[in-house]
Design a protein around this ligand. Structure first.
Ligand code: HEM
Length: 408
């Protein structure tokens, strides 16, 4: 069940260069041989089967988010002081989530279509208008537009929008073996926090039609029943979370798309012939190559799974990306197939249960618009594999460089 020291050779190190290079190489043995894996170097447990990850994500009473959702935070064993939506449990979570839910409903997001379309188009125009037939799908395109969309929604001035991305990159980057945020990562978070704090003061004086102004005006019901305005720290925390969650993930989704379709050009041709399949293609990309590999929880009580007792207070990795390739849940899970039967199991790429992704509708819209425009730009293309690079980041996985050559 556990690490090499305990008698099996199954080894899972989510902070290793091997994991950053190919996380899916680890999951089949975890699921088959160590479904309740224990890593005695870093002292965490990991659940990898679809049924266990889904149950874990749903059971917020047993698996708490309040201590953070990455190993560095959870193993400190202290509740996160800066309360962000993603790191609070019910009942507080319920009140905060219902406050922001309405901004992110599929209907509300559909109203942003023109802005998203324009933003994606603006960043693709460099590649489209250039003479050259090569460009990097990630570095020249998909790193730019997701952060621009979410920071426009928040009301961040243009000169800071890409800076937000650089701050987030710094805070998530990990060298192999590094678990906690680096000093430069912490400095980046502090700088970003200060920028949001100043923006909140400006909007308090002169509100505009943006999310920061809406959050300033919003009221929330506290645990004791009192109704209050949000504090500056809560608004800044939410803005920080949205920037992070909204920027890195969609960037990775588009990088994965370029790689997956280069390996399956027949399916790219099918999309070219029928754009109505873009939506299901996005769902399959999310299942096959999830931008978020895992979320970490802290066990509130002793809990026994498959005969192994996870003690109270332990960090527990819920490996959504592994669950999405579990043969118990999906037919031929390692095959990329945009036509697959999606009713076989819930796709856990956006999480599951109360913390499931607030931005899912926005991510789907951004992804669909970006794929549509890439189909126009590069109906036939090949990836220059030697130039491909992957990120090494806490919980987010994918390509940092995907150079392609457009075939005319
Ligand atoms: C392909 C893109 C995306 C993926 C794969 C993704 C994935 C996820 C996952 C797995 C979770 C669950 C976290 C947990 O259980 O601890 C989550 C939560 C969240 N996501 Fe996303 N996300 C994406 C895009 C976005 C975007 C564009 C936004 C911004 C609007 C966003 C905002 C959030 C927020 C605020 C939460 C926390 C929700 C809560 O705790 O109630 N995400 N996301």
């Amino acid at each position: 069940m556990t690490d090499a020291q305990h008698g099996t050779e199954v080894h899972f190190d989510p902070f290793s260069a091997d994991f950053y290079g190919d996380p899916h190489a680890f999951y089949p043995r975890l699921r088959a041989e160590a479904p309740v894996y224990y890593n005695d170097t870093y002292e965490f447990y990991a659940l990898s089967r679809h049924a266990d990850v889904a149950a874990g994500l749903r059971d917020f009473a047993t698996f708490s988010s309040a201590y953070g959702v990455d190993l560095g935070m959870v193993r400190r064993g202290e509740k996160v002081p800066a309360k962000m939506l993603i790191s609070i449990d019910p009942p507080e979570h319920r009140a905060m989530r219902s406050l922001v839910n309405k901004v992110f409903t599929p209907r509300a997001i559909e109203a942003l279509r023109a802005m998203v379309d324009q933003t994606v188009d603006r960043f693709l125009s460099v590649a489209r208008d250039g003479e050259c037939s090569t460009f990097d799908v990630v570095q020249d395109f998909s790193v730019y537009f997701p952060v621009d969309v979410i920071t426009q929604m928040l009301g961040v001035p243009e000169e800071y929008r890409q800076q937000v991305r650089l701050w987030i990159d710094e805070s998530l980057h990990r060298e192999p073996g590094q678990i906690d945020m680096s000093e430069s990562g912490m400095q980046a978070m502090a700088d970003m926090w200060l920028m949001y704090y100043q923006l909140i003061q400006e909007r308090r004086e002169r509100p505009r039609e943006d999310m920061i102004s809406a959050l300033i005006a919003a009221e929330v019901e506290r645990e004791d029943g009192t109704i209050e305005r949000l504090r500056d720290s809560e608004i800044a925390g939410f803005a920080t979370l949205l920037g992070g969650a909204g920027a890195e993930t969609v960037t990775k989704l588009i990088g994965s798309a370029a790689v997956a379709f280069a390996r399956h050009p027949d399916q790219w041709r099918q999309l070219l012939a029928d754009r109505s399949k873009i939506g299901v293609a996005i769902e399959e990309l999310l299942r096959y190559d999830a931008p978020v590999q895992y979320n970490v929880r802290r066990s509130n009580v002793d809990v026994t799974v498959h005969g192994v007792t996870i003690p109270a207070g332990a960090p527990v990795f819920l490996l959504g990306a592994s669950a999405n390739r579990d043969p118990e849940a999906w037919t031929a899970p390692d095959v990329f197939d945009i036509h697959r039967d999606r009713s076989e199991a819930p796709n856990l790429a956006f999480g599951y249960g109360i913390h499931s992704c607030l931005g899912a509708a926005l991510a789907r819209l951004e992804g669909a618009i970006a794929l549509d425009k890439l189909l126009d730009l590069m109906p036939r293309y090949e990836v220059q594999w030697d130039g491909c690079r992957r990120v090494s980041m806490q919980n987010v996985s994918g390509w940092s460089h995907v150079p392609v050559r457009i075939l005319r």
